[in-house]
Design a binder for this molecule. Structure first.
Ligand code: COA
Length: 306
């Protein structure tokens, strides 16, 4: 991590996951210029950090983020165009350019409040898990601006058009259950399950070939704005590009483990990565054990009769 001590961001690394916490809970993690500069640098460093395989964006104190800091990001910079520009550039870079094209899988873990400008990082991350009582609000209309930077755009690209218009124009709060229903998040779970659900998703992602996963997430995002001919071409080239620097030799390993070793079924699970612990053989369920025992005795009996 960046050597400098950070004021508004905290990073914790455990088991391949880097937890990146927006860390101004006393301000409900409203995003000040300082927070944007620190997030921008944090994500830059983590993208090539060998210990980080998945990045989780979360908010300290149980709040994802109350959006842009209305005092420090907006009002304080009204007469300081240079400061405003620098803050806006950092804000947009980490919330969109970096996260949207990130080389590692990213998850937003959402709870408490997710308001206004925080929808940028919500929509930019690859996946999102929310507590079902999270308060989501596109509040801009309620305090006199439109959802700016890229908020209107990324909200329209993420959810259904009528819902996008409704929540942007009405500024009405909605909860995690609605957020899941309309496609802002993948899962809404009870608050007490939030961390475990996030870890479970991160672990599933870490079990995939990193090179294939990286190419897949880039591909799914890029083809959205391409026509069919461009998509054929791009996907063929991107597919070939996976082989460069793929430490797992994924294609050959996957096929060998399935076709030759009969070690797994791709329909249900990924091939085993190098160095991955082999899953323990499942114990037979008691009912199955009984049935097997019955079969054995029946076989013995028929053998005796013969
Ligand atoms: N910008 C600046 N300060 C903010 C903020 C924001 N977006 N959101 C919260 N804060 C500050 C409050 O001003 C307050 O500061 P203070 O202790 O110095 O008075 C502190 O954070 C706690 O907020 P408070 O309103 O007392 O907490 P709450 O839990 O009752 O309500 C919110 C939280 C998020 C519902 C409410 O603060 C709110 O509506 N904030 C505005 C959110 C918004 O519209 N953001 C969009 C920006 S694009």
């Amino acid at each position: 991590m960046a050597a400098k001590k950070m004021k508004c961001v905290k990073v914790e690394k455990k088991g391949g996951i880097a937890w990146v916490w927006l860390n101004r809970p006393e301000k409900r993690n409203a995003m000040s210029p300082q927070l944007h500069f620190e997030m921008d640098e944090t994500l830059r460093v983590l993208e090539t950090d060998p210990k980080t395989r998945v990045v989780v964006i979360a908010g300290a104190g149980g709040y994802f983020s109350a959006g842009q800091d209305l005092k420090e990001f907006f009002r304080a910079n009204e007469k300081n165009p240079a400061g405003r520009k620098a803050a806006a550039e950092a804000a947009n870079r980490w919330r969109w350019e970096r996260l949207y094209k990130y080389d590692k899988p990213t998850i937003a873990m959402v709870e408490g409040y997710c308001v206004g400008g925080a929808f940028m990082q919500l929509c930019a991350t690859d996946f999102a898990v929310a507590a079902d009582d999270t308060v989501f609000s596109l509040s801009e209309v309620n305090w006199g601006i439109l959802p700016g930077a890229l908020v209107s755009k990324v909200v329209s690209d993420t959810i259904m058009p009528r819902k996008a218009l409704y929540y942007c124009c009405l500024g009405e709060p909605f909860d995690g259950v609605e957020a899941e229903k309309i496609g802002f998040v993948n899962f809404a779970v009870p608050k007490e399950d939030l961390v475990n659900k996030t870890i479970e998703l991160a672990q599933k992602l870490m079990a995939k070939s990193p090179a294939v996963l990286r190419a897949t997430k880039h591909a799914v995002r890029q083809v959205r704005t391409m026509d069919f001919d461009q998509s054929y071409d791009y996907l063929a080239a991107k597919g070939q590009a996976i082989k460069v620097g793929d430490t797992e030799d994924s294609y050959n390993t996957g096929l060998t483990q399935f076709l030759d070793k009969k070690a797994y079924k791709p329909t249900f699970e990924p091939f085993a990565l190098k160095g991955a612990k082999k899953p323990k053989a499942k114990k037979k369920a008691p009912a199955k054990k009984k049935a097997a025992a019955k079969k054995k005795t029946a076989k013995k009996k028929t053998a005796k009769k013969k």
